[in-house]
Write a protein that binds this ligand. Sequence first.
Ligand code: TMP
Length: 209
Amino acid sequence: MAALRGKFIVLDGTEGCGKSTQARLLAEAVTKAGVDVLSVRDPGSTRVGEQIRAVLLNPQHTEMSMRCEMLLYMAARAQMMAEIILPALGAGKLVICDRFVSSTLAYQLGGDGITAKQIRDIADVAIKGRWPDLTILLDMPPDRSLARVRREKDRIEQRPLAYHEQVRRNYLAQVQNDPERYRLVVADRSPEEVHAEIVQVLIDAKLSA
Ligand code: TMP
């Protein structure tokens, strides 16, 4: 666990896959092991970022273009990076981030012809080139994960099931194309089982200094 100091871990996946619960369980376990943790969610976690989040998720904003949407996610991320993530990494904390660029590469990819290269290039500017050390994809079929969303669905969640199925395929492609930086964990199990596997994945990943 001490090897996690100064590392940047992302938990990602489709709606209702249990990321937030897993981010909390991981933060608790790592804190118990004596490692300082910063837990954040993307978009959000800063004053500016939470306002951008509210704009992004407001179901009334039906006119929002795909490029505006993509750039707002990047803007919120740029603020979070500069204001809290980079300083925390610099101070030797483990950063656990609920979603990140991997979400944009799943949700906005292909919208209005947006390519993966464009997303990566813009992200590189937004995050000042500090990419996560490991991204853990919590994978489960979107029809089951969406059914877990109990509150009123936000602007993105309201999109049809076919969209969320494409989002899942976009995540799976990322894991397949970059096995060094991604790991897949099956999310359709008890929170305890998923947590145990995430801890094992982090131990096995042997993230280098
Ligand atoms: P959350 O509810 O998991 O915090 O995520 C907020 C919503 O934003 C969720 O529907 C996924 C979506 N999203 C994107 O479409 N692109 C992104 O880059 C990110 C970070 C989230």
